[in-house]
Design a protein around this ligand. Structure first.
Ligand code: FMN
Length: 211
């Protein structure tokens, strides 16, 4: 049995969101084709994800230099605990499905905060003589992103920083099996928007079967 984290970085609903509605279909198809697996929804807008602020940096510093958890302030303890819970949940999973809208050429900031929770030295990567090595092996990830413009090809393809950054980070922690699906060109699609969505749902359902 595999555990799949269904990680959504969207404050809206599937009825109003292209990325969430395609993501929902991906999960539905996945569950149909992998009934024995467990899918856990990680709704990033419903989770409390501390930013790496002065509390967190100071707490990490104290812990790394031999300090104990009890020596942290109450705020530091709370933030470190929340970050560790997110990290442990991420490390324990086998597969990851990320869903996000494109906002200003990348994903919403809550996903960056989440990424910051699982890029942790000695937990998900380590440094060696030959450089950094990712510690999360034999895992896979899929990213679904909706955008107003078209980024899979064409003149603004190099402005796409959502999938590109997520892939970089996942590769860094060892997750090299990564694919994405763009639901794109929606701002200028007009009447074609439902067709774009339907085609993306087809692709998502088919990718889910092989995921
Ligand atoms: C705050 C904000 C920023 C956006 N920035 C971009 C952008 O940089 N590039 C783009 O192509 N579309 C942009 N859009 C359009 C959205 O990507 C588009 O509406 C997409 O359908 C959002 O996904 P959703 O349908 O899942 O909400 C932006 C929309 C919002 C609300």
């Amino acid at each position: 049995m595999s555990t799949v984290l269904y990680i959504t970085a969207h404050p809206g609903s599937p009825e109003a969101s292209y990325s969430l509605s395609v993501g929902e279909q991906f999960v539905q198809a996945y569950q149909e084709s992998h009934p024995e697996d467990q899918v856990v929804h990680v709704d990033l807008y419903q989770r409390s994800i501390p930013h790496i602020d002065s509390d967190v940096l100071e707490a990490w510093g104290k812990l790394q230099t031999g300090g104990s958890f009890d020596q942290l302030t109450a705020a530091q303890q709370q933030k470190v605990t929340q970050l560790n819970q997110l990290l442990d949940e991420f490390v324990a999973a086998d597969k990851y499905v990320f869903v996000a809208p494109m906002w200003n050429f990348s994903y919403p900031p809550v996903l960056k905060a989440y990424i910051d929770s699982f890029c942790v030295r000695a937990k998900t990567f380590k440094y060696t003589e030959n450089g950094p090595v990712g510690l999360l092996q034999n895992k896979k990830a899929f990213y679904i992103q909706a955008s107003g413009g078209v980024y899979s090809e064409g003149p603004v393809a190099d402005r796409e920083n959502g999938s590109r950054h997520l892939k970089t980070v996942l590769n860094f922690v060892g997750i090299t099996d990564f694919d994405h699906l763009f639901v794109e060109g929606l701002s200028t699609a007009g009447d074609r928007a439902p067709l774009i969505k339907a085609a993306a749902i087809d692709k998502a359902r088919s990718a889910a079967g092989n995921f």
